[in-house]
Design a protein around this ligand. Structure first.
Ligand SMILES: [Zn+2]
Length: 261
């Protein structure tokens, strides 16, 4: 069988994508089909996964988003799918392996460690590709989409980097991605990346009034205790009022003093 020219795939990858609503509808449809057809993924918060599920996702995404051009551009038997228990930093990985014989193999792998451990019931607020994921299935799809963009680049250009502009353009146009990393990021991790942990001094504005307090807890929002003579007495003997503030609305007050100085 003759390997078809990847130029059609390249052309498709570089052309304008669908609008956000159409992208969402196709992503949803793929998730629903996987739930209906997979022997492992029977629930949006499934607890087992099989490499066949990745193969299914590949076909479903290639058919709907790339008119099947990706599968047509790779030689039969060169596309592999794998689940990894050893990948603890990246949620997914795509590889291109050029052999001395001239044969090129491709593989997409997904970390079951991150997908299952990093998405427990107590820590559901996960972001992948800059998009909030309400279920493990959504996280899997976003991870897979990121790796599929790598695969498209490997097939089309033999090289791929999610730090480069071309990758970002394709990932945004095809799938609406906002961030371009292999990470599965929990809200707590995002907050800590912002320098905000329990005990951090933070500032926020509520009803036009600027308040400064300390973070007491981080879930979907940060619980911030603000010193208040009329507030509730806490175990440290001081009185505080409690505010629930979205993480996006707070700034570390140590960084505020830095910018002032
Ligand atoms: Zn990447």
């Amino acid at each position: 069988m003759v390997r078809s020219d990847p130029s059609k795939l390249v052309e498709r990858a570089l052309s304008p994508g669908l609008d956000a609503k159409a992208i969402r509808a196709l992503q949803q449809e793929i998730g629903d089909r996987l739930l209906a057809e997979s022997s492992c993924v029977r629930d949006p918060d499934f607890t087992t996964l099989h490499p066949d599920d990745l193969r299914f996702l590949f076909q479903a995404y290639d058919d709907r988003f790339l008119s099947g051009l990706c599968a047509k551009a790779v030689a039969p038997g060169t596309m592999g799918f794998r689940l990894s228990r050893r990948m603890t930093r990246a949620a997914g990985k795509a590889t291109r392996l050029a052999r001395a014989s001239g044969k090129v193999d491709y593989e997409i792998s997904v970390s079951t460690v991150l997908l299952f451990d990093g998405f427990g019931p107590s820590d559901r607020d996960v972001t992948v590709a800059g998009l909030p994921c309400g279920s493990r299935l959504e996280a899997l799809q976003r991870i897979f989409e990121h790796e599929l963009v790598h695969l498209v680049e490997y097939v089309g250009w033999a090289k791929s980097s999610c730090r480069a502009k071309r990758f970002r353009t394709i990932a945004t146009r095809l799938f609406g991605h906002q961030e371009y990393t292999h990470q599965l990021i929990t809200r707590r991790e995002r907050a800590s990346a912002m320098g905000i942990v329990v005990g951090s001094p933070v500032a926020f504005t509520i009803d036009g009034k600027r308040l400064v307090g300390r973070v007491n807890r981080i879930t979907k929002r940060a619980t911030v205790l603000v010193s208040d003579p009329n507030g509730q007495e806490y175990s440290d003997g001081n009185r505080y009022s409690k505010y629930y503030v979205p993480l996006s609305a707070i700034t570390s007050s140590s960084s505020i003093s830095k910018t002032k100085s």
